[in-house]
Write a protein that binds this ligand. Structure first.
Ligand SMILES: NC(=O)c1ccc[n+]([C@@H]2O[C@H](COP(=O)([O-])OP(=O)(O)OC[C@H]3O[C@@H](n4cnc5c(N)ncnc54)[C@H](OP(=O)(O)O)[C@@H]3O)[C@@H](O)[C@H]2O)c1
Length: 332
C-alpha cells in the first residue's frame, strides 16, 4: 500500500527496454522488486550486461503493428512508454518519425484502453508550445496529448537533455567538446535549458508508480541548474580538463547547424538532426510540483557529467567511458 492507502500497480509493461532510459529503468524496477514484462521488437537488441535479480518476461511486439499489442498488454496493470521513432543513417529517414510516433502512440493507447490498463507513464520533452517548437519537440508533446486522450490515466513527465552515458542529446555535447578545441556556434548555444541527471530521471519514473498524486498529471522534471548549452559544454570541458573556446556566430541558421553537428558526431543522422534542430527551443520547467510529490536530492550537472564519464556504457558513450574524470574532489 502507498502512503495514500492505494494499491500500487503490480505488473508493469516496459516499452523501450533496449533504449538509453528503458534499459536503466529495467534495472531500477528490478532492484525495487517490481514484476516487469519487457516489450521488444527483436530479442537480440536487449543486452543485459549485469544479471537482473528476477528474470523479466519478454514479449515481442511492435508499436507500429497494432495486432501485436493485445498479447503484450494482457494482464498488465501499468506501462512505461519510452519509445520514439527517430533514427536512421540518412536524411530522408529523419523525416518519417512524426507520423510513426503519432501512429505508435495511437495504437498503444487503443490497445491499452481495450486491455483495461490502469495507467501509463510517458517520458516526453520540455518546451513551450508557443515557441515555434522543432518537429521533434512538437512530436513529443503530441504523443503526450494522444496518450492522455483515452480512458487510461497517463502521467506525462517532461524533460530537457538527460545527462547520462549513451543518451543521444548528451552524446552530442560530449562529441562536440571532445573533438573541437574551438567551436564556432550558432545562437542556439545560448538557449536556456534545465538538463537533468539520468539517476534523477529514474528516481522520478520509478517514483511515479507508488505516488498516486502523479496519476494523470503532466509534470516537468529538471535538474538543479538552468544553463545554456554553451554553459553545459564549458562544464563538460572543465570536468574533462579540456581547454575549449566557444565563439558565437548568430547568423548560422538552426538547420545548417544541425547538419554541421551531424558531421562532427557519430550519433546517427536520423537522431542528431531532429535533436539539434530542437536546441533552438528553451527547455525549462514551467512548474516544480513533482518536487513535493517525489522529494529527491537533485544531482548537479557537474556530478552528472562525471558519473556519465566514469560509467561503462554502450553505444557512443563507450568510446570515452574509460577516460579519466577531472572533476575536483569536492564535487565528487
Ligand atoms: N535521451 C534524452 O536525453 C531524452 C530527453 C528527454 C526525453 N526523452 C524521452 O525518453 C524516451 C526514451 O528515450 P531514449 O533516449 O531512451 O531513446 P532510445 O535510446 O533511442 O530508445 C528508443 C526505444 O524505442 C524503441 N522503439 C522504437 N520504435 C519502436 C516500435 N515501433 N515499437 C517498439 N519499440 C520501439 C527502441 O527499440 P529498438 O531497440 O527495437 O529500436 C528503443 O528501445 C523518449 O520518449 C524520449 O523522447 C529522452
Amino acid at each position: 500500500m502507498t502512503s495514500n492507502g492505494q494499491n500500487p500497480p503490480k505488473k508493469i509493461l516496459l516499452t523501450g527496454p533496449t533504449g538509453f532510459i528503458g534499459k536503466r529503468l529495467l534495472y531500477r524496477l528490478d532492484e525495487l522488486g517490481w514484476q516487469v514484462r519487457c516489450l521488444v521488437r527483436r530479442s537480440e537488441t536487449l543486452h543485459l550486461p549485469i544479471p537482473l535479480r528476477h528474470t523479466p518476461e519478454i514479449v515481442h511486439a511492435d508499436l507500429l503493428d497494432p495486432g501485436s499489442l493485445p498479447a503484450a498488454l494482457d494482464g498488465m496493470d501499468a506501462a512505461y512508454y519510452l519509445v520514439h521513432s527517430m533514427g536512421g543513417r540518412n536524411i530522408r529517414q529523419t523525416l518519417a518519425f512524426e507520423q510513426k510516433d503519432r501512429e505508435a502512440a495511437q495504437n498503444f493507447l487503443t490497445a491499452a484502453d481495450q486491455a483495461g490498463l490502469s495507467r501509463i507513464i510517458y517520458l516526453g520533452g520540455l518546451g513551450d508550445i508557443n515557441d515555434n517548437l522543432s518537429h521533434h519537440l512538437a512530436s513529443r508533446q503530441e504523443v503526450g496529448r494522444i496518450l492522455q486522450s483515452g480512458r487510461v490515466q497517463t502521467t506525462v513527465l517532461r524533460a530537457a537533455v538527460i545527462v547520462g552515458a549513451g543518451g543521444a542529446a548528451f552524446e552530442i555535447v560530449r562529441y562536440l567538446v571532445e573533438r573541437l578545441p574551438v567551436m564556432v556556434c550558432p545562437k542556439w548555444v545560448y538557449t536556456l535549458s534545465q538538463p537533468i541527471a539520468i539517476e534523477n530521471v529514474l528516481d522520478y519514473l520509478a517514483g511515479c508508480l507508488d505516488t498516486p498524486a502523479t496519476i494523470g498529471r503532466s509534470l516537468d522534471i529538471g535538474g538543479p541548474q538552468i544553463l545554456s548549452y554553451a554553459d553545459l559544454m564549458r562544464m563538460y570541458a572543465k570536468v574533462r580538463g579540456l581547454r575549449r573556446t566557444i565563439v558565437g556566430a548568430p547568423l548560422i541558421p538552426a538547420k545548417l547547424s544541425a547538419y554541421w553537428v551531424n558531421l562532427i558526431t557519430p550519433v546517427p543522422a536520423g537522431v542528431v538532426l531532429p535533436l539539434a534542430e530542437g536546441l533552438r527551443n528553451k527547455a525549462i520547467c514551467r512548474e516544480n510540483a513533482i518536487r513535493e510529490m517525489i522529494p529527491l536530492r537533485l544531482v548537479s550537472m557537474e556530478q552528472a557529467i562525471c558519473n556519465a564519464l566514469s560509467e561503462e556504457a554502450e553505444g557512443p558513450g563507450k568510446l570515452l567511458s574509460q577516460q579519466a574524470c577531472f572533476l575536483p574532489g569536492d564535487l565528487k
